[in-house]
Design a protein around this ligand. Structure first.
Ligand code: HEM
Length: 428
């Protein structure tokens, strides 16, 4: 199906997004390996260095990797603006991001400043190139649709997240004197609420109605949610930095309500599907949005009952719901939409009428998507259980996370193998 306004002619070469997509799942496996190595210690506190290492294997190695790769793909298609020198740009983002994520995790684990310095250099380069290339494209976009507005807000939030992250890294790498705790709260919120949730929302406005055959999102939500959340983030940050705790709490109510509203609207739209048999990625959207709703409600609860906010277990539950539940699940599901489609699309463009092209279902059978979903859900539930009782659930969670990550990686590699085989076997 070719939705109105999408211009596939401008799509970048397959290798541009693919290098990000084939790397990302192995960071889930690495995260599982770290969990297996350090065990229940990881669930002691969100502030422990091992937990921070794990957090960034997921937020940088898995999430940012796919999100930036997908942006390089969708910007030309959805926004109609080409990213300059796409192969070089992709390499200059992908390599430093991958090395930087590994270096930052090593830095947290070892505590050695030079690892922080290396990580900052690498991540600074990767994100610097990404933000420049993607912003140049986004601000030249001819139409400011709801998706473009949300993507602009998400990119602005990424800039803030990375700026704060690099400064926090400077604290560890060069001993800069900073209000570390407040800045970490800001960094985490701009990363998860601004960058991640607004990007997912911007993409959801397009793909949920298109792939799940639902009615469209309400117009006011499409145009209003992202700017409202961005303004709330700015106001919240200003109050927090100014030491106005009560006002900051009120602003964060806005943020939590915004997230809950988006999740609830999406879950409602998914019940209004016009097709009985669900798309195989429907389950990922449901897990993702249910996690976001649960995370937003838990956040609201911590605002109403301050004792809850201090409990280490509650903070971990919140992190797991937002990172593994909300972001991880929707990214996993989207990969299953994007990669087979792109493989098929590029084969179509290159081999049209010269050779038989595998269908998308041959490239990725639905049963594999559905089975991996169950392991993903198991990994999420076991991780949540491990936050409450690490002694029992840490190792089962490790196993499930490792299996689901590796399975995703193998499924994507298989698509790439079939793509290359089809290209090789075509007559010249
Ligand atoms: C240039 C990239 C980044 C760098 C250098 C970086 C660095 C850091 C540092 C040093 C901390 C720990 C602060 C402390 O212990 O006081 C931290 C925390 C955190 N970072 Fe990043 N970060 C980066 C990108 C991201 C991104 C893109 C996200 C995404 C969503 C993210 C999510 C988080 C979260 C959630 C925490 C808080 C963890 C917790 O409270 O347990 N980071 N980051």
């Amino acid at each position: 199906m070719k939705p109105a306004g999408l211009s596939f002619e401008q799509a970048p070469p397959f290798g541009v997004p693919l290098r990000f997509f084939l790397t990302a799942p192995w960071f889930l496996v690495l995260a599982a390996a770290l969990l297996g190595w350090r065990g229940p210690e990881l669930f002691a506190s969100r502030w422990s260095p091992v937990t921070l290492a794990l957090t960034h294997l997921l937020t940088l190695g898995f999430m940012a990797q796919v999100m930036l790769g997908a942006l390089l793909q969708i910007l030309p298609v959805v926004v109609g603006v080409v990213v300059p020198r796409p192969r070089l740009t992709a390499a200059l983002i992908h390599i430093p991001l991958t090395l930087g994520a590994l270096a930052l995790a090593t830095a947290f684990l070892s505590g050695i400043p030079v690892w922080f310095q290396g990580a900052l250099g690498s991540l600074g380069l990767g994100f610097g190139v990404a933000l420049t290339a993607i912003n140049l494209a986004l601000w030249r976009a001819p139409v400011a649709s709801g998706t473009v507005i949300a993507l602009r807000c998400a990119l602005g939030a990424l800039l803030v997240t990375v700026g704060l992250g690099l400064s926090l890294g400077g604290y560890f790498g060069w001993g800069w004197r900073l209000p570390v705790v407040t800045m970490t709260h800001l960094h985490a919120a701009w990363g998860l609420v601004g960058w991640t949730a607004l990007l997912v929302a911007g993409v959801a406005y397009q793909v949920v109605p298109m792939f799940q055959i639902t009615p469209p999102y309400p117009r006011w939500l499409i145009r209003g949610l992202a700017p409202l959340m961005a303004v709330s983030l700015v106001v919240w940050s200003a109050f927090l930095l100014g030491g106005r705790e009560t006002a900051a709490a009120l602003a964060s109510v806005m943020l939590a309500v915004g997230l809950a509203g988006f999740a609830a609207t999406t879950l409602y739209l998914l019940t209004q599907r016009r097709r009985k048999i669900g798309d195989p990625t429907l389950g990922y959207w449901r897990i993702s949005m249910a996690s976001l709703l649960a995370g937003a409600l838990l956040w609201l609860a911590t605002l109403l009952v301050p004792a809850l906010a201090q409990a280490p277990q509650v903070q971990l539950l919140l992190g797991i719901l937002l990172i593994l539940g909300f972001a991880g699940a929707v990214i996993n599901g989207m990969l299953y939409k994007i990669v087979p489609f792109l493989a098929w699309f590029h084969l179509q463009a290159q081999l049209f009428r010269r050779a038989k092209i595998p269908t998308m279902k041959q490239l990725l059978p639905e049963t594999r998507i559905r089975r991996q979903l169950w392991i993903y859900l198991t990994a999420l539930l076991l991780s949540l259980a491990a936050a409450v009782d690490p002694s029992i659930f840490t190792y089962p969670a490790t196993l499930a996370l490792g299996v689901t990550g590796a399975w995703l990686g193998v499924n994507l590699l298989n698509i790439w193998r079939m793509y290359r085989r089809a290209l090789r076997s075509s007559p010249p």
